[in-house]
Ligand binder design. Structure first.
Ligand SMILES: [Zn+2]
Length: 678
């Protein structure tokens, strides 16, 4: 928390890269929390603007254009339109969703580059970079692939290995290959401009490590580790024909590095939004907050602030509440493997259910560690929380008011202790939500906000107005009055999280206010006020709907498995998981085909301490006669299985090439039968 009072708030959300659609990971990491935050700020009446747009430069876009035989502009036009619409449909309430191919952005980024250039901030350096002689082009970043020197991944990019996550420079790759022509590139001299991050390191240490200890531990920790490793000058230009031309002489064929221009997009978009943009960017009384995913921490906490500091007239971010990653059904979300739930497809499959996804992604947000989205959890949270608690409570309050009081808010008579204590809890809940939101703890905030619905639901269950109505209608009036006041307060408290449903609920209650301060009012709906009939706020999600989504993912997985190449790594296991497997060496003594099957071979394997029968589906690749005497590795403690009437005890380990061919994992001839593999 900052001690300073802020006059206004500038909230930015990471610019989505315009070479693909938005998926759940993006939403959970960045856009749902940022939208909750700005909606809350607006309800509090604060001067806040929410800025976003498409990031439209960089190599992946040019590569995609080349692969699809269209222009880079066509690629970005396509995804900008899809993503802008998906955000709108999903209720992400940016004040502007701009794009970095706009003229105003080209001008702004050029201007900032020139200012830094004229101030002598950059280092000009000639270095050797890979050049494709066939294509007559320098190869930036992803135009080169090769083997990762760290993990051996044969298709690492020139800027990063996606398998081990290490960021690379092209010259580190083993056996580099040009992705344009497939030829082996040569090293050739070229000039670039570098931002000397090393010179700013003492300042960054002071600003972040001393000045921003309140940042989330994952963000602070990553900054510290970058700073402790020592910063290097970073090139801010590239040899490329797509992007913002480097605006100085002698820079033909060079553009600004996408990571130099993209964050400036926040500034350009603000310029586009308001002629008063400077008060948001240059006045110390503005609080700037960057919402991003963890892969962008270094750019928003180190590179961009250094650019702004070097420029001299801009404010710096006051907080960068980056989230970790969201996985999907226990697997890393991956655009290239299509392992994702795309926002525009969700909106088609679940029309009108924006709030369900907003709710689940917030309640399960990867705030401090990576987290998993599952469709089962989505269904459970909808059915057990939104339907059974929130929807059920407001529905009963409204239906009973119509049934007993002709749809008019009844009078309060005498308050019982239970009434008073229920009413007394409301302000504590509201304060708790505020506190969580101010500190970017969105999971906690939504849980606390739902506590008000839980309170209401429990109040109705405990007071049982449907039983009391015969004996004491006055008492029921009080109970329903209180229930309706709670419902009205729910519209205020839950609006940042569930804007669609709360708008609907305001319609039922004929209550139009949204100011946060009203949470402190005694009575929001006066006795005699007519309310509308209610329809369901949330509907149950059925097993079939969830199964349909799981089937879609299953199909994706099958398609992925057909693609040749290294299979993606499975989710991490612990050492304990590994030690539960009893792996042994053995020797095949006998082998014969299982009659009337195509693939099965029955083998007798000597494990030293015993001889085992093991059946394996390898007959398409091995002749039984060739197997006796072969050394094998065996998973010895696999539960026995009956295969074609034969009990198979254990499993022989085989590796599978992308073409499907099988090969034994053979221990050395020196390994004795029955020795443990570990
Ligand atoms: Zn690697």
């Amino acid at each position: 928390m900052t001690a300073k009072a802020h006059k206004r708030y500038l909230v930015t959300s990471a610019l989505p890269y315009a070479n693909g659609p938005i998926h759940l990971g993006h939403l959970a990491g960045v856009y749902v929390p940022s939208d909750i935050y700005v909606r809350y700020m607006r309800q509090r009446g604060r001067d806040v603007i929410s800025i976003c747009g498409s990031d439209e430069h960089g190599v992946p876009i040019t590569l995609k254009a080349r692969n699809e035989g269209i222009s880079p502009q066509e690629v970005v036009d396509h995804y900008h339109a899809i993503n802008k619409k998906a955000f709108e449909d999903f209720g992400i309430s940016f004040d502007i969703y701009s794009r970095t191919s706009n003229q105003v952005h080209h001008e702004t980024a050029s201007e900032i580059f020139r200012t830094l250039y004229e101030k002598g901030v950059f280092i000009e350096k000639i270095s050797e970079q890979y050049y494709d002689e066939e294509a007559a082009a320098f190869l930036a970043d992803r135009y080169i692939t090769g083997t990762c020197p760290h993990c051996g991944n044969p298709s690492a990019y020139g800027d990063q290995c996606e398998q081990c996550g290490t960021s690379l420079s092209p010259t580190e790759l083993v056996n580099p290959v040009s992705t344009i022509s497939g030829s082996q590139p040569v090293l050739k001299e070229t000039k670039h401009w570098y931002l000397p991050l090393d010179k700013y390191e003492p300042w960054l240490r002071e600003w972040i490590l001393e000045g921003h200890k309140e940042w989330k531990p994952n963000v602070y920790g990553q900054c510290k580790s970058w700073l402790d490793q020592g910063l290097q000058p970073r090139a801010v230009s590239r040899d490329l024909d797509w992007g913002i031309p480097v605006p100085v002489e002698g820079a033909d064929g060079k553009v600004l590095y996408v990571w130099f221009d993209a964050p400036i997009g926040y500034i350009s978009a603000t310029k586009e939004l308001t002629p008063e943009w400077e008060k948001y960017w240059k006045d110390e009384e503005t609080r700037m907050v960057h919402f991003i995913g963890k892969d962008n921490i270094v750019f928003h906490c180190i590179v961009f602030p250094t650019m702004l500091k070097a420029e001299g007239s801009y404010i710096l971010p006051d907080n960068v509440p980056a989230n970790e990653f969201l996985n999907l059904e226990n697997d890393k979300i991956s655009t290239s493997r299509n392992w994702a739930v795309w926002l525009h497809e969700y909106l088609e499959d679940f029309p009108g259910k924006q709030d369900v996804l907003r709710y689940v992604l917030c309640a399960n947000a990867p705030e401090n560690k990576d987290n998993d989205f599952t469709w089962k959890d989505f269904q459970n949270r909808n059915n057990n929380e939104l339907v059974a608690i929130l929807g059920n409570f407001v529905n009963r309050a409204i239906v009973l008011t119509h049934k007993y009081f002709d749809g008019k808010v009844p009078e309060i008579s005498t308050l019982t202790d239970q009434d008073s204590s229920t009413l007394g809890e409301i302000s504590g809940i509201a304060k708790g939500v505020e506190e969580s939101l101010e500190q970017f703890r969105f999971r906690e905030a939504i849980k606390r906000a739902m506590d008000l619905a839980r309170l209401g639901n429990k109040y109705l269950a405990d007071t049982e107005p449907w039983k009391v109505i015969k004996s004491d209608p006055g008492r029921v009036g009080t109970i329903l009055n209180i229930s309706l006041q709670i419902s009205a307060k729910l519209t205020l408290l839950l609006d940042p999280f569930l804007p669609f449903s709360m708008e609907k609920l305001r319609g039922f209650l004929r209550f139009e206010e949204t100011a946060w301060d009203l949470l402190g009012s005694e009575s929001l709906l006066v006795p005699g006020h007519s309310i509308e009939k209610a329809s369901l706020l949330f509907e149950k999600i059925e097993d079939e709907q969830v199964q349909h989504q799981l089937d879609k993912l299953h199909q994706t997985r099958e398609v992925n498995e057909e693609v040749p190449g290294a299979a993606p790594q499975k989710p991490e296991i612990t050492f304990d998981d590994f030690t539960r497997m009893d792996l042994r060496t053995g020797t095949i003594l006998e082998a014969e085909k299982v009659p009337k099957t195509k693939k099965l071979i029955k083998m007798l394997v000597d494990l030293g301490f015993e001889k085992r029968t093991i059946v394996s589906g390898i007959a398409e690749y091995f002749e039984p006669e060739a197997l006796p005497g072969k050394k094998v590795s065996v998973l010895a403690n696999l539960a026995p299985r009956k295969i074609k009437g034969i009990e198979s005890k254990g499993m022989i380990l085989l590796s599978e090439n992308p073409d499907g061919s099988l090969h034994f994992v053979e221990p050395s001839q020196l390994a004795e039968n029955g020795s443990e593999i570990n």
